[in-house]
Design a protein around this ligand. Structure first.
Ligand code: PSV
Ligand code: MN
Length: 401
């Protein structure tokens, strides 16, 4: 099947090619580094321990998939010197042909944040958190990076120990001040998560809280949906539909989950859910879709990091391709007429279609390997970096676990 093929097959191929040409997904720098659970850390010899190694890995993933030209940076881990490290990052951007993507503040690691960061009862600690956020805004501005992605680990473990109301006000103050510092091209994305590390109340626990905080901060603040940050059974695509409707969807952190924030590879548990989310995106108006930042937020403890990242991007491309095949006009007519079975079949048949041959053709036409995972294995990249990095990695476990 080629894009010039006749009939329905040719039209499908065209839809897929154009969807894939437009799909870009950012990879997280921390996804290439060693992490673990709080029970055990199975260090991988080939994991990246320096920012240069992370850029090298990201560039390899992009070369294999053609879909990930930028890397999300975590400020304390990747720019420990803050804004002073910007020239080093710019040099790596040039060297590896990968752009610095979203800037991720670290408001959970410092011992001062034991009782919170931007919602800490201490104005001094909140001031420190704000200073860090402002550094992140400056780093983003200097790097020409679009988004500062804010995930707040704040919360409490026991009822009655904190004032939820006061903490809302404190967050509003800090997020408002951060918004005020954003440059004209910058945005701030507010992420939510129901629990962990806090186990009684989390200060930004769901999309409603994130949306309201973003709205109060200002027009450049949007909501970030991390697919792993929902309770069992939450209808994530409905949240996505609402955020699109409100012009408030800033972006995604993709991963999959079975129980909680499991960091599993996208679509490994529920590919149909990813398809349903992508349907909301492809059926949105062009202007609603324009600003959505697609990112991965996964940190693999058991799978090879490079393999997992490539697998994730390939899965995203295939599921996005499937969603692009839904006959939107026909679906709208069937929905309007309440033809339930026909509408469902129109929707589902795109999911069941095997898009892999067309996706493969698209890859080859774009000068990419037809089978990225196989190409990764054949390239010997993982073995090569494992040899080079092994000695350094013996104790190189990131503090993020
Ligand atoms: C922790 O849950 C987390 O995975 C959040 O999703 C953030 O986006 C990420 O860490 C980076 O700070
Ligand atoms: Mn996330």
């Amino acid at each position: 099947m080629t894009t010039n093929g006749a009939g329905a097959a040719g039209r499908d191929a065209e839809k897929i090619w154009s969807a894939l040409d437009g799909l870009r997904i950012e990879v997280p720098s921390w996804g290439f580094a060693n992490t673990g659970t709080r029970f055990g850390k199975f260090v991988q010899g080939g994991a990246a321990t320096t920012i240069e190694e992370k850029f090298s890995d990201a560039s390899q993933v992009n070369a294999l998939t053609g879909a990930s030209p930028s890397i999300a940076l975590h400020v304390l881990w990747d720019l420990p010197g803050g804004v002073k490290d910007v020239p080093a990052i710019q040099a790596l951007e040039k060297q590896y042909g990968v752009r610095a993507g979203s800037i991720n503040p670290n408001l959970f690691q410092d011992l001062d944040y034991k009782f919170g960061s931007i919602a800490n009862p201490s104005s001094e600690v909140r001031g420190r958190a704000l200073a860090h956020l402002l550094d992140c805004v400056e780093i983003g501005r200097e790097l020409g990076s679009h988004d500062v992605s804010i995930w707040i680990a704040d919360g409490s473990n026991y009822p009655g120990t904190q004032s939820v109301r006061r903490r809302i006000e404190w967050m509003e103050e800090v997020l408002g001040a951060t918004h005020a510092a954003l440059g004209p091209e910058q945005r701030m994305l507010v992420e939510y998560k129901p629990f962990e590390p806090a186990f009684y109340h989390t200060d930004i626990a769901d999309w409603g809280m994130a949306l309201e905080l973003a709205r109060r901060a200002g027009p450049k603040a949007k909501v970030l949906v991390d697919t792993g940050h929902h309770y069992q059974g939450t209808n994530i695509e409905q949240i996505v539909a609402w955020l699109l409707h409100l012009g408030a969807l800033g972006g995604f952190h993709f991963n999959d989950r079975k129980y909680a924030d499991d960091d599993l590879t996208l679509g490994s548990i529920d590919p149909y859910q990813v398809f349903r989310i992508f349907h909301e995106i492809v059926s949105a108006k062009a202007e609603e879709r324009a600003g959505i930042a697609f990112m991965i937020d996964q940190s693999h403890n058991l799978k090879g990091k490079m393999e997992a990242m490539v697998q994730t991007l390939v899965t995203a491309q295939e599921l996005y391709a499937k969603a692009s095949l839904i006959d939107q006009e026909r679906l709208a007519e069937l929905q309007q007429a309440c033809k339930l079975v026909e509408a469902e079949e129109c929707f589902r048949s795109a999911f069941w279609q095997d898009v892999r041959p067309v996706v493969r053709e698209w890859r080859v036409a774009r000068g990419l390997p037809g089978e990225p995972l196989k190409a990764l294995a054949e390239s010997g990249y993982v073995e090569k970096v494992t040899r080079e990095r092994a000695s350094k990695n013996a104790s190189g476990v990131s503090s993020y676990a």
